[in-house]
Design a protein around this ligand. Structure first.
Ligand SMILES: [Zn+2]
Length: 103
């Protein structure tokens, strides 16, 4: 019968500060994914009309250092505003307010 070492809550063997009880507690206290409730920033502000490309200071927050647009599931923006945001970011790029690509 093959012995699997890292299965089950009781981690036998090893011995380098491995305490199965404390690890169990950790899992209870801090889950792997902290579920932050993300609310669309634009909905929160009751943003009127379309997102303006001239507000590139705000748009920057939705673009990574490399110039990529942060996906909706990361930023928490709603579908409608994400669409507007992408349009605004693209316009801002054309107007040289945002970078296309990091150098
Ligand atoms: Zn929204």
């Amino acid at each position: 019968m093959p012995e699997k070492k890292k299965t089950g809550p009781a981690g036998q063997g090893g011995g380098n500060n491995y305490n199965p009880n404390s690890i169990g507690d950790d899992k209870m206290k801090k889950p792997k994914r902290p579920q932050k409730k993300k609310v669309c920033e634009f909905c929160k502000e009751h943003h009127k009309g379309e997102i303006d490309y001239k507000e590139f200071g705000k748009l920057k927050r939705y673009v990574t250092e490399k110039g990529k647009i942060i996906p909706r599931r990361m930023s928490g923006t709603c579908a409608g505003h994400q669409r507007q945001l992408i349009t605004a970011i693209k316009r801002a790029r054309v107007m040289a307010l945002l970078a296309f690509k990091a150098e």
